[in-house]
Design a protein around this ligand. Structure first.
Ligand SMILES: NC(=O)c1ccc[n+]([C@@H]2O[C@H](COP(=O)([O-])OP(=O)(O)OC[C@H]3O[C@@H](n4cnc5c(N)ncnc54)[C@H](OP(=O)(O)O)[C@@H]3O)[C@@H](O)[C@H]2O)c1
Length: 241
């Protein structure tokens, strides 16, 4: 399968990768409507684009959004949560346990773990039951416990590991009502965005948001129902939890 058989998609977050995913989906002829959900106003327009400026943690707004999606006349086949923070602005990424701070940790978990879970609560029931449909959340390879050899970044690693567990658990429940649907965690690669900018000095090769978005959409289109609950990289490789 080389393209998602989708007629409607919703992207949460309009940061570097969220915006690129929205643009890539707008370009796809098989998708007739792309919803972009962000706390910031959208600075571009397109006949296929439906923007909603809202706090995605506001459950009343999520309930209203789910109703809008249901009543839009389009079948929702793809939802991607791109919201995430690498560090608390005050504490920064913790290099040592000495830097662990309850308020900083709570902030990272609120955005990286709890927010995608609450979005899933309201959006999974709207996904198409008839065909291949996907709910995905952007995780990060550093959330892999098996892959953690360097340590550090406690809050980011732990919040993404917890997100992966939420995704896996959601997938088990989703399969009972939506046997053709998938719920997966994705690692977008190391991507040139505001999130990775403070750590770009190491010379590590970074993907453009466009390249990452295109690659992840190809991966999502290639996954089958048996892959639901898994964690996949932008290159299609399964990543261990
Ligand atoms: N860039 C990388 O190298 C990289 C690597 C691995 C994983 N990731 C993951 O990819 C995702 C997207 O990252 P990005 O690189 O596109 O970063 P970005 O440009 O900094 O975008 C951050 C996103 O997170 C949302 N966000 C930030 N603080 C929030 C808050 N308090 N409440 C709700 N939403 C909040 C923003 O939503 P608004 O649109 O509402 O502002 C925005 O969509 C993240 O989950 C990140 O962990 C990125």
């Amino acid at each position: 399968m080389d393209a998602l058989p989708s007629s409607s998609a919703v992207i949460f977050g309009a940061g570097g990768i969220g915006r690129a995913l929205t643009e890539r989906l707008i370009d796809r002829p098989e998708i007739s409507q792309v919803w972009s959900i962000s706390r910031r106003p959208q600075d571009f327009d397109h006949p296929k684009l439906v923007s909603r400026q809202m706090d995605p943690a506001d459950e009343a707004r999520l309930i209203a959004l789910a109703s809008e999606l249901r009543e839009s006349g389009h079948t929702l086949r793809l939802a991607i949560v791109t919201n995430g923070v690498l560090q608390d602005p005050i504490t920064g990424p913790e290099k040592s346990w000495k830097a662990l701070d309850p308020v900083g940790l709570a902030h990272i978990f609120a955005v990286n773990t709890i927010l995608p879970a609450i979005i899933a609560k309201h959006i999974l029931p709207v996904l198409s039951r008839e065909d291949h449909s996907v709910f995905a959340a952007l995780s990060a390879r550093v959330g892999s416990i098996a892959d953690n050899r360097l340590g550090g970044w406690y809050g980011y690693r732990a919040s993404k590991a917890a997100l992966n567990q939420i995704i896996h658990t959601l997938a088990i429940e989703l399969a009972r009502t939506h046997p053709k649907a998938l719920c997966v965690a994705l690692h977008p690669g190391t991507v040139e965005t505001a999130l990775s900018e403070p750590f770009s000095a190491g010379g590590r090769a970074r993907l453009s948001p466009r390249a990452s978005a295109e690659a992840m959409l190809q991966v999502l289109a290639s996954l089958e129902a048996k892959d639901s609950g898994g964690f996949f990289g932008w290159d299609g490789q399964a990543i261990p939890f």
